[in-house]
Design a protein around this ligand. Structure first.
Ligand code: FAD
Length: 592
């Protein structure tokens, strides 16, 4: 039941669907990412995921993190794995060479991250949170702050956090109260309490850098008065050595439903010295560097659990003998393996179709992030930005929602054995539950997609994607699945207009946002699955040596179109039904 990196499918998506080899020839970080180098890195990455991280997954779940006297110890083996990860250079794979990194494409790092998250979600959040902090500092901090603090972060000796949430301020960050008072030396004293901070305190790095949202005295109320600060756990001297402790401490850690190996901390800032990054009161827009990449990261967490659960369920379904198929597979045995039963196949194929579909969507997004980081070509950057504006809430919201269904099937396929801990499939259900919540709940993603993006700027945000899909459909007309993609993309436009026509009702967007997001998700995946099907069909026609792989791909695509995509019909009706029936019942009548 251990994790096996799906290298063939990763290569299919990278090389055949999304043409990463040409993409890498066209970007500045791609020079060393030759196909041979990418394959070699993937193989080494698979060893890390399978042999180092996966064996710690259940230990992390059972032992969890421990809090004592303000210190947090991570589960046994987590620290050793981190030191190995750091020493082997995984930490700095996609960091610019000028900062001592290896300068490889962001997307390659992202592909490897998928394998690490699938092997061990809780462990992988530590280095990824640090990476997010590094990127925020690189994008917004002054050169002086970068020179002083980035080297130890890039070497992997200093972790990173994002400190947004307060007890009364979750989705609504405009309510946050942590305050920042200016000091004479240009720094700020940060005072307040943050909750739910991932990796707020741990034993894997010497230092920790907190990226904190706070309000400078006298700043306007709401999100327009929020600024962004970096607050080190330990001060750093000018020569790079560690100095005195800053006044930031961990008050406690949370007991929680899943990802037990990842500590979730209450962090108290008691006049801690912090440094402004970006401009005063522009903290939210700076923070979005971190938030957007983290949202794509959560899409990967969610995908990882679909894949992990699928792999375990598949192994079990081939092995478990129960009941007989109408046409016996194993007449000499008392029963057939459960994989012969159509209903078990329905669940396995749903997991497979979501996992392979999510992989295509996530890698496509990662490719856009490469273009975003590319210096010079502003038009290309602008296009990538708009594409990500559309696809980030879809990837985050949709994949995390279907991950709940798919990991539930993992348990169901194992029956009672799925419900007990031993097999690890119930851990996927618990660990993926957070993915619809952190980095903005699905409700918030729906609002972001429909309200802030599509309706606010349909021409720049939605239409480039629609046009790309239509161009693809035009090129492949006549292929059995293409009509269905075209139909869904036209329906998406129609539904967008329906919602726009009712948007003067203030409840409308909020009432249909999640349904619109899910409709978009199924449609986006149909576009990627259609591409996979066209490629697979061509390979089959050419009698490709790996015919079995392509037959399986085509069969999964067909399943997606016949058994999953029709869900859009129901969503179309619920979107058209609008928000009226959500609002007629009075608040006090819910309890009748
Ligand atoms: C394990 C874990 C790790 C976390 N890590 C971090 C971290 O590292 N840093 C950090 O800053 N935070 C972190 N968080 C906090 C997380 O981002 C928040 O929990 C999340 O943003 C939701 O906020 P909330 O819990 O206050 O829920 P609330 O905002 O109170 O939301 C409650 C419900 O109301 C809904 N809702 C609220 N407003 C609207 C609206 N306008 N329209 C529709 N629905 C709405 C939500 O969708 C949700 O269903 C973490 C949380 C957990 C549990």
């Amino acid at each position: 039941m251990s994790y096996k990196t799906p290298i063939r499918d990763i290569q299919f998506v990278m090389n055949e669907v999304l043409d990463f080899p040409t993409h890498y020839k066209n970007i500045s970080t791609g020079e060393n990412a030759t196909p041979e180098m990418v394959d070699a890195i993937l193989e080494e990455g698979a060893k890390l995921a399978e042999n180092v991280l996966a064996p710690l997954n259940q230990i992390g779940d059972v032992q969890g993190c421990k809090f004592e006297n303000g210190n947090v110890s991570t589960p046994p083996g987590f620290n050793d794995a981190f030191q190995q990860y750091k020493e082997n250079g995984w930490h700095s794979l996609a960091i610019d060479e000028s900062w001592g990194g290896q300068g490889l494409p962001h997307s390659l790092g992202s592909v490897l991250t998928e394998t690490q998250f699938t092997a061990n979600h809780a462990w992988t959040i530590y280095p990824k949170a640090a990476l997010g902090a590094i990127q925020t500092i690189q994008a917004h901090a002054s050169e002086e702050l970068q020179k002083k603090y980035l080297p130890s972060m890039i070497e992997g000796n200093c972790g990173g956090t994002m400190c947004l949430t307060e007890s009364h301020s979750g989705s609504d960050l405009g309510l946050l109260r942590t305050k920042a008072e200016p000091n004479a030396d240009g720094s700020f004293s940060i005072t307040g309490s943050k909750i739910f901070i991932t990796g707020g305190e741990h034993d894997m790095t010497d230092n920790n850098m907190h990226i904190v949202l706070a309000r400078i005295q006298g700043a306007p109320a709401g999100v327009k008065g929020i600024s962004l600060f970096m607050v080190p756990k330990i001060h750093v001297n000018d020569d790079g050595s560690l100095g005195e402790l800053n006044t930031v401490s961990c008050g406690s850690i949370e007991e929680k439903m899943g990802i037990h190996g990842s500590c979730t901390c209450v962090m108290n800032f008691d006049g801690a010295q912090g440094f402004l990054i970006g401009e005063e009161n522009k903290g939210m827009s700076c923070m979005f560097t971190f938030i957007n990449e983290s949202r794509l990261g959560v899409a990967q967490h969610a995908h990882a659990h679909i894949e992990g659960s699928f792999q375990k369920a598949l192994t079990y379904a081939k092995d478990r003998l129960q009941m007989r198929a109408p046409v016996r597979k194993n007449p000499e045995q008392a029963a057939d393996p459960i994989i012969v039963h159509p209903d078990v196949r329905r669940m396995l194929l749903t997991q497979k179709a979501f996992s392979e579909g999510a992989r295509m969507l996530n890698y496509y997004c990662a490719k856009q992030v490469d273009l975003l980081h590319e210096k010079g070509n502003e038009e290309q950057k602008h296009k990538a930005q708009n594409m990500l504006a559309l696809l980030t809430p879809i990837a985050k919201g949709f994949i995390s929602e279907v991950s709940q269904e798919a990991t539930g099937y993992g348990v169901q396929i194992l029956g009672g054995h799925g419900f007990i801990s031993e097999w690890g499939v119930e851990q996927h259900v618990r660990d993926t539950r957070i993915t619809t919540i952190y980095e903005g709940t699905t409700g918030i993603q729906g609002l972001d997609l429909l309200g802030r993006k599509v309706l606010a700027n349909k021409d720049e945000i939605l239409m480039p994607f629609v046009n790309m899909v239509k161009e693809f459909c035009g090129k492949h007309k006549g292929h059995a699945l293409i009509d269905q993609v075209e139909q869904r993309i036209n329906r998406l436009l129609e539904l967008t207009d329906v919602v726009a026509s009712k948007a003067n009702n203030p409840d409308e967007i909020n009432g249909v946002g999640v349904d619109y997001l899910m409709f978009s998700g199924y449609t986006v995946l149909s576009y990627f699955w259609a591409q996979a099907a066209v490629i697979a069909q061509a390979a089959i026609n050419e009698n490709h040596a790996e015919k079995d792989f392509y037959n399986a791909k085509l069969a999964t695509a067909k399943f997606y179109f016949s058994k999953i995509l029709p869900r859009t019909a129901a969503l179309s009706l619920t979107i058209k039904a609008g928000s009226e029936d959500l609002m007629t019942i009075k608040d006090e009548h819910f309890s009748f």
